[in-house]
Design a protein around this ligand. Structure first.
Ligand code: TNX
Length: 545
């Protein structure tokens, strides 16, 4: 058979389609805005086309390259080939030889023959690739002209987080992966997974099977903001295999999954599974409503400490993260004040109320410290919500400031590392405008894009030492009123773009310039099929007319 005859038409077609493709121009003014963009006005651009090779010479870069090839395929209709040998020209080379103090710093060097993305680490190279991805002005069957020049970039904060609450509502593993892809697009590197709460325990613990057999299902759910309930059983949990798969999926995208086991409050689903862990012995139900439950772990019961150790044994097996979040928020002391076991524990530990804390607050510290020390033996550190400052806590504990900024400020002043997630700026369960928005959290003012963007995490009066204790910023998506993943996307986007700039971008802020960048980013949202709040851009268009 004459192969050349067979192949000729195919080749000719390929060649034709190559040259016929229009070319669009890339723009490095992405979200988050890179630190420095220096264009070589007279030099020829790099033409990214189906013949471009991605050069990756080690396994980490090969993973990066594979992800990049997928991203650009969505935006260009072609999937560039990955190779470990650089051709003479027309290649994008991935490296991580940059060095320096900032692990997430990268440079992109563009000329007519090649693009080189060099990161301090493979994660940093990945952020460079995200910049190249986001520089493409939307989806189409086109080539891309990358202007010649250099981009040098590094983030302001090392901890760039988002919380996703999969307890109040359950989201499938595929949805969790979509969430991870969305945060990766925004250079976010911590996924705070709120996986247990009063309304559902959603993490399989093999040594405590009832946590998911009983604790993952509630018999009904409160309807909207009424006092009425449906009677539809609601449940779901993540098997350990699913969790491992999600942790790996995130790691490939340079995201650390930080699980939160919220304790000693927010435990009613665990109490429904093991009623002997509560002060009254129950019975308890997996909670069907939202709010703060009085039913918390009994801090006077030794089996509670054994229970927590067992949970942490498996949590640390599943999650390699250096930090484990142990909650500590909203733990009413009502039952502890009346519980003979809790009061006996207070006595035996010699805990006394003083001007700073009540004896019960100190009892909570005792529980938190037990878990922190247990985790320390396994080489892990802990993060807790700002309430844990109330009973006194070791400075090795990272404080997550949610009731406002005061907790984080006080923590940093006292020598703790702190992560800022003040609800007034960072609660993405709050509505995006006063009018015309879907049902959302029933406390807090509207939180529009501009307000998120305006957040400055480091107070003016901070010394450089105190400022260094603010290790990052996070936005939280609590899901009481978020019954499906489309709605989760809507609440996240585009506010997550403003979050990304708060976390990443140094230097002065300019909201109007940001609006231009975020509007361009919505072309990527469109290409990915994301659901986001478009009204921000419609209003802009109307006022411009
Ligand atoms: C407060 S933030 C909570 C959550 C709720 C959220 C609703 C925090 C540590 N606790 O349990 O879901 O408000 O906005």
């Amino acid at each position: 058979m004459n192969f050349s005859k067979l192949f000729f038409p195919v080749l000719a077609l390929a060649a034709a389609s190559c040259s016929d493709r229009p070319a669009v121009e890339a723009d490095y003014q992405t979200v988050p805005l890179p630190e420095n963009i220096s264009l070589s006005a007279d030099a020829a651009a790099f033409k990214f086309n189906p013949k471009t090779r991605i050069v990756a010479t080690d396994s980490a870069q090969t993973v990066n390259a594979g992800l990049f090839a997928g991203y650009v395929n969505t935006l260009t209709g072609f999937s560039p080939e990955i190779t470990d040998k650089a051709p003479v020209n027309n290649y994008i080379r991935l490296k991580s030889t940059l060095g320096g103090d900032n692990a997430d710093a990268y440079t992109i060097t563009v000329n007519a023959d090649s693009i080189v993305v060099d990161g301090a680490t493979p994660a940093a190279t990945f952020y460079g690739l995200q910049t190249l991805r986001k520089a493409i002005p939307g989806a189409g069957k086109h080539d891309v002209l990358y202007p010649a020049g250099t981009v040098t970039d590094s983030p302001r904060f090392a901890y760039r987080g988002t919380l996703f609450d999969t307890s109040r509502h359950y989201f499938s593993p595929d949805s969790v992966k979509m969430f991870i892809d969305m945060i990766a697009l925004h250079n976010i590197n911590r996924f705070h997974w709120h996986i247990t709460d009063d309304q559902g325990w959603r993490l399989e613990i093999k040594g405590l099977p009832e946590l998911t057999e009983k604790g993952s299902v509630r018999t009904g759910t409160i309807i909207d903001k009424t006092e009425e309930y449906d009677s539809i059983p609601y449940g779901g949990f993540y098997t350990q295999d699913e969790v491992r798969d999600i942790v790996k999926y995130a790691a490939d995208r340079h995201i650390t999954v930080i699980p939160e086991i919220d304790l000693p409050g927010h435990m009613q689903a665990a109490l429904a599974s093991y009623p002997e862990l509560g002060c009254t012995g129950g019975p308890y139900e997996v909670w069907r409503r939202w709010g703060v439950s009085d039913n918390v772990l009994c801090a006077g019961n030794d089996s509670v400490y054994t229970f927590l150790d067992k949970v942490m044994d498996e949590v640390t097996e599943l999650f390699p993260s250096e930090y484990i979040h142990i909650g500590g928020d909203e733990c009413p002391k009502k039952h502890w004040e009346e519980c003979p076991k809790c009061q006996a524990k207070i006595k035996s530990l010699g805990l006394k109320s003083d001007s700073h804390s009540t004896a019960e607050q100190k009892l909570q510290s005792h529980v938190m410290t037990h878990v922190a020390e247990y985790l320390a033996k396994k080489g892990r550190k802990v993060i807790g919500w700002d309430e844990i400052l109330e009973g006194g806590v070791d400075t090795s504990t990272v404080i997550m400031s949610w009731r406002g900024t005061q907790g984080g400020i006080a923590a940093a002043q006292a020598g703790h590392d702190a992560i800022m997630t003040p609800n007034q700026y960072m609660y993405f369960d709050f509505r995006q405008a006063d009018e015309g928005e879907p049902i959302a959290a029933n406390w807090g003012d509207a939180l529009p894009l501009e307000k998120v963007y305006s957040y400055e995490p480091i107070p003016d009066e901070f010394t450089p030492e105190q400022a260094a204790h603010i290790i990052g910023v996070q936005a939280n998506l609590w899901c009481e009123y978020i019954p499906n993943y489309r709605q989760a996307e809507y609440m996240e986007m585009p506010r997550i773009g403003a979050l990304a700039e708060v976390q990443w971008t140094k230097g002065p802020k300019d909201f109007d310039a940001f609006m231009k960048r975020i509007e361009r980013l919505t072309k990527i949202y469109d290409a990915e099929g994301y659901n986001y709040r478009k009204a921000y851009f419609e209003t802009q268009a109307e006022t411009a007319e």
